[in-house]
Design a protein around this ligand. Structure first.
Ligand code: F3S
Length: 642
């Protein structure tokens, strides 16, 4: 029987025979990607393992998130990351060099290989035919220490693309169409594998955009074949030798199939405050806007910026709108400069930002109070822009540029300019902002600023606890809501006691104080708890504050792993009635916790306040249960690597 491309890659990285859906398999990892925000935690734990050099074939540390440098903290973090990378064997991409996923696609991705990254949009590498999976920093620590990555085998959904995109639509509209159909939970437990005759009309950066946004469906990864366009892209990057052809076998049966006729795609927009809230642009045409931002790891490729430049050429942006562009990479910016397109963008009145995450992670360009912002990004969660009452709409670069000219949400098909935009030349000239690891690690001293605080250790799982419900929340709680980004909190990522004071700040500013007073507790939530960014501080900081259990109706994949890795019990509330009966302040008693974990059984919970008893379910693998019993992945891994 034929095999899907996803299966082929999984099989070639797993030595254990037939792969079955739902099983947890150890997967060999070829490449690792870290960002500055989660890299620090990962590296601090790695240091504590006393392993002299990373054991992964290739690892890269990108500084792209926390680059504002309003005080010494961020620069101190950068120095720590740089010296750690040099000493322990990672490449280091300097601040300002570009956004991790864009750079990884350009400089390191290899078709058919596996990549894990401390960022939820690591599947962007799927645009090259590389299997990328977003994970928490501790998973990366374990892999750098020589462990495989443990993956729960997803279902494979074929997304069959037919036809060709009409003028003025682009990959972002395809990705939004996928989100319109699957919403933010429809990709759970799946790899979205793209194939069909329409794939050949999409360039690698366009495929990267679609793979990037697949994360918002909750999918484990997204994957495209590696074909002649992939070859040409790699060749232009000076990496032609990395190419090989990869595709699914003909007639392979998939777990599910979704067909998209590209001819039918129209400009789409995701309304506030969810990437899954998708409607056609024409439904909202005329909506007055305050701001347009083009960039982020979703839409900042040279292809996107070239398109925008052609639309803005010899025109001026609307006087009532602030427009900014953050390129995905410095090389892309350099290309724009060489071709004169950067001048066209500047002349039109656009503000040029550094090639970093910037506004996407709430660093700069916060909209005005109650403002309407159009962004080519992947997330429009409430407050993520830095303005709590702003309304963020997600659109394609074409729609963003058209709207920048008119001052209102505009269907780019209304533009009178000609859409004759040729594929840009991606040829690379210089790579001087990526530093290789030192060949003399013994001579490298790690530089550690005073803001880099030791994380400390946590004890093993107790057999029972009596704790209060500290907070009760609804569905789709994002990691942004748990631990904010932005200019106040981001520089504290290496200082857990300080960052912990911001936990749940947007919903309850008293949370951190109450949690410490109560010496920990339980958080109750609805479906999809921990949606969004992979930031493991959303598990680490609650653990630091003493949170022992999250009781939710369901969990987002990466966050559930992060909770387990930090020794917090993610338990599922099976009955809606029990969720409804739980209230903040209720005292819950958990007994024989260790026994339940050892046996893989359900856990009995007593709501002492309400005089009720109920069962909380879990579906942990044997390995995850051991991690929880040890009190987290580091305790577990120290045992394994001792
Ligand atoms: Fe950065 Fe935003 Fe992507 S924070 S990695 S540009 S989702």
């Amino acid at each position: 029987m034929g095999k899907s491309l996803s299966y082929k890659i999984l099989e070639s990285h797993y030595g254990g025979g037939r792969i079955t859906w739902g099983a947890e398999i150890p997967l060999a990892v070829d490449q690792v990607l870290t960002t500055d925000t989660l890299g620090i935690i990962s590296f601090l734990y790695f240091e504590s393992m006393n392993i002299p050099r990373i054991r992964t074939k290739l690892a890269v540390c990108y500084v792209d998130h926390n680059t504002m440098q309003m005080g010494p903290e961020s620069a101190n973090d950068h120095l720590f990351l740089k010296t750690f990378a040099s000493k322990f064997g990672l490449y280091f991409s300097k601040p300002g060099n570009g956004i991790c996923h864009q750079l990884h696609l350009e400089r390191f991705g290899i078709p058919g290989e596996t990549l894990i990254g401390t960022d939820s949009h690591t599947p962007t590498a799927g645009g090259l035919g590389m299997l990328g999976v977003g994970v928490g920093g501790l998973d990366v620590t374990a892999v750098m220490a020589g462990s495989p990555f443990y993956l729960t085998v997803p279902e494979i959904m074929l997304v069959k693309l037919n036809g060709r995109l009409p003028q003025w639509t682009s990959a972002k509209d395809v990705a939004l169409e996928v989100l319109r159909r699957l919403d933010v939970r429809g990709g759970f437990g799946r790899i979205l594998e793209y194939d069909g005759p329409g794939v050949g009309s999409l360039s690698v950066p366009e495929r990267g955009t679609i793979a990037n946004l697949g994360t918002e469906t909750g999918a484990t990864s997204s994957l495209f074949p590696s074909d002649s366009l992939t070859r040409d892209y790699l060749h232009a990057q000076g990496r032609g030798e990395a190419w090989r052809e990869l595709k699914a076998d003909p007639g392979v049966p998939y777990d599910e199939v979704m067909e998209i006729d590209l001819n039918e795609i129209e400009p789409l927009v995701a309304k506030p405050h969810s990437p899954g809230n998708v409607v056609p642009v024409k439904e909202l045409e005329g909506l007055k806007i305050d701001q347009v931002i083009i960039g982020s790891c979703t839409n900042s490729s040279l292809r996107d910026l070239t398109t925008v430049a052609h639309i803005l050429k010899s025109r001026e942006i609307h006087p009532g709108v602030s427009v900014a562009i953050s390129p995905g990479s410095r090389l892309g910016l350099h290309h724009l400069s060489k071709t004169g397109l950067l001048s066209e963008i500047i002349k039109s009145g656009v503000r040029i930002l550094e090639p970093v995450c910037g506004p996407c992670v709430g660093l700069g360009q916060a909209p005005p109070s109650g403002g309407i912002s159009l962004r080519t990004f992947n997330r429009n969660f409430k407050g993520r822009s830095g303005t709590p009452d702003a309304h963020v709409y997600l659109v394609s670069p074409e729609t963003a540029a058209a709207s920048a000219l008119t001052g209102e949400l505009t269907d780019p098909r209304n533009l009178t300019v000609s859409p004759t935009i040729s594929e840009p030349d991606y040829t690379v000239e210089a790579d001087d902002m990526i530093l290789p690891p030192s060949e003399h690690p013994e001579r490298v001293t790690i530089i550690r600023g005073s803001n880099i605080q030791p994380i400390g250790t946590f004890g093993s799982m107790e057999d029972g606890f009596e704790i209060k419900v500290l907070l009760k929340l609804g569905d789709d709680v994002t990691t942004d809501l748990i631990v904010p980004a932005g200019s106040k909190a981001l520089p504290l990522r290496s200082n857990i006691p300080a960052l912990s004071e911001y936990i749940f700040e947007a919903v309850d500013p008293t949370f951190a104080r109450r949690a410490q007073k109560e010496k920990g507790g339980v958080i109750v939530a609805g479906e999809n708890y921990g949606q969004g960014s992979s930031r493991e501080h959303a598990a680490l900081c609650p653990r630091y504050l003493g949170v022992r259990v999250i009781l939710a109706k369901s969990f987002a994949r990466i966050h559930m792993n992060n909770l387990i890795n930090f020794g917090i019990l993610p338990l599922t509330i099976v009955e809606q009635e029990e969720y409804e009966k739980l209230d903040r302040g209720d005292v819950l008693i958990f007994q024989e916790v260790r026994k339940a974990l050892e046996k893989g059984d359900v856990l009995k919970v007593e709501n002492f306040t309400k005089g009720r008893r109920f069962f909380a379910a879990f579906n942990f693998t044997r390995r995850q249960r051991k991690i929880l019993l040890e009190g987290g992945l580091i305790n577990f891994a120290r045992g394994v690597h001792a």
